[in-house]
Design a protein around this ligand. Structure first.
Ligand SMILES: [Zn+2]
Length: 408
């Protein structure tokens, strides 16, 4: 059997960056190339029902081994890497028995415990880093490698009893389109887990509720010399609206379960202006209140000017999966148990962002997220300790066994 480390390095070297500008699905042909190889590999290790569809999703089955009438579980990971940083010609470096000092890579990139103190948790362990010129892509090739390695292990270990297991590999997660064409019905699992979390022990079943808001402001441009009581400066109206939002509810002043208004774009002149925000909150009520607040600010502005100078458009983007997981909390319990059995302390926390699992949960597939073991995703400081990857494989195998003891 190929070790999870070797498998991960082999995947990491393949160029699979997604592209937010693309109109195709998957967004890049290189992801399709990766998926084709992945499908071949899954067939080789003995998976059945291996299928690559036109959108670039690979699904596969580990047939049941001696257990029936148990829940059908699934594992999901994404193959693309973030367009935020180069993912071409990735050259993973293995740092044997990390000594607790700064790791110096190319381009003057150093992973220094002064900047990243969490790396000291892995002193004495072997760690995989980039060479300094690219990201590593442990997000989420580590997840892919861990699932395939666990699958190979389960397929070869005839003595381990388990029910039918489905594997799903998705493109374009990093550009927010990872589940656009994911066929939950065809996948057929009762519940699943995304392997797309960070450090060892991470277990997540909460994420933000999310919306985008755009305010268009219509000004009235008049020669400034004769503007008294006539001019409406759209840019200044934008400024007024921005100032009416609580400064404490900005990303730079919030953490944990605190939501925010994040101003993402602003442009304007006297005649017109446009301001965009993203609105985030874990709590559905507070989320709705935030949307109402922005709407009421616009109403107030229009009232003050005695006409419609500002128009608001709010679009919901995704919702907190907690609402869908709470009725099936045993799914989280299984993951917790699986970690404890592997000697891993579960670290349950709320994602301050979205996740593929959230959309899948709303599509009827409850899908918490578990760790792959990596740190500092999306850039050259990315690293992943090898023992964390091995633990992730163990957790997958444990989940398979725990689920086989449940009644469907
Ligand atoms: Zn990811």
């Amino acid at each position: 059997m190929e070790k999870v480390t070797e498998r991960f390095i082999r995947y990491a070297k393949q160029y699979t960056t997604s592209n937010p500008e693309s109109e195709t699905y998957p967004s890049t042909e290189r992801q399709m190339v990766f998926m084709q190889k992945l499908a071949d590999e899954l067939r080789e290790i003995g998976c059945s029902e291996v299928e690559l569809d036109e959108f670039g999703y690979v699904m596969a089955t580990i047939p049941a081994n001696g257990v029936e009438n148990v829940p059908l579980i699934g594992f999901v990971a994404h193959v693309d890497t973030s367009p935020d940083f180069s993912g071409e010609n990735v050259q993973p470096q293995i740092i044997e028995k990390y000594d607790g000092l700064a790791i110096h890579l190319k381009n003057g990139v150093s992973i220094d415990p002064k900047d990243f103190p969490e790396i000291l948790n892995y002193t004495g362990q072997s760690i995989i880093t980039t060479d300094g010129t690219t990201l590593l892509g442990a997000d989420d090739k580590a997840g892919v490698a861990e699932i395939v390695s666990a699958a190979e292990f389960l397929l070869k270990s005839k003595e381990i009893r388990h029910g039918k297991i489905r594997l799903g590999f998705t493109p374009d997660e990093e550009i927010g389109k990872g589940t656009d064409h994911f066929d939950v019905k065809k996948f057929g699992a009762d519940f699943a887990f995304t392997l797309d979390g960070g450090e060892i022990g991470e277990l997540e079943f909460e994420n933000f509720n999310a919306a985008g808001a755009k305010i268009k402001i219509h000004g009235r441009s008049v020669h400034p010399g004769s503007a008294k009581d006539k001019m409406i400066n759209a840019s200044l109206v934008a400024h007024q609206i921005i100032a009416m939002l609580p400064p404490s509810e900005r990303p730079e002043h919030t953490e944990k379960y605190e939501g925010f208004f994040h101003l993402t774009d602003i442009k304007g002149n006297v005649e017109k202006a446009e301001v965009s925000w993203i609105i985030r909150d874990h709590d559905l009520l507070k989320f709705e209140e935030k949307k109402k607040l922005l709407t009421s600010i616009v109403q107030k502005i229009n009232l003050d000017y005695g006409k419609t100078v500002a128009e608001i458009e709010i679009t919901d983007q995704y919702f907190n999966m907690r609402q869908k997981i709470e009725p099936v909390m045993y799914v989280v319990e299984i993951a917790k148990q699986a970690m404890l059995q592997a000697g891993v302390e579960p670290k349950i926390k709320a994602i301050r962002g979205g996740t593929d699992g959230a959309r899948l949960s709303y599509d009827g597939l409850p899908c918490p997220n578990i760790f792959v073991g990596g740190h500092n995703f999306h850039g050259p400081y990315e690293f992943i300790p090898i023992p964390s990857m091995i633990k992730a494989v163990e957790v997958i195998v444990n989940i398979a066994q725990l689920a086989s003891k449940m009644k469907k």
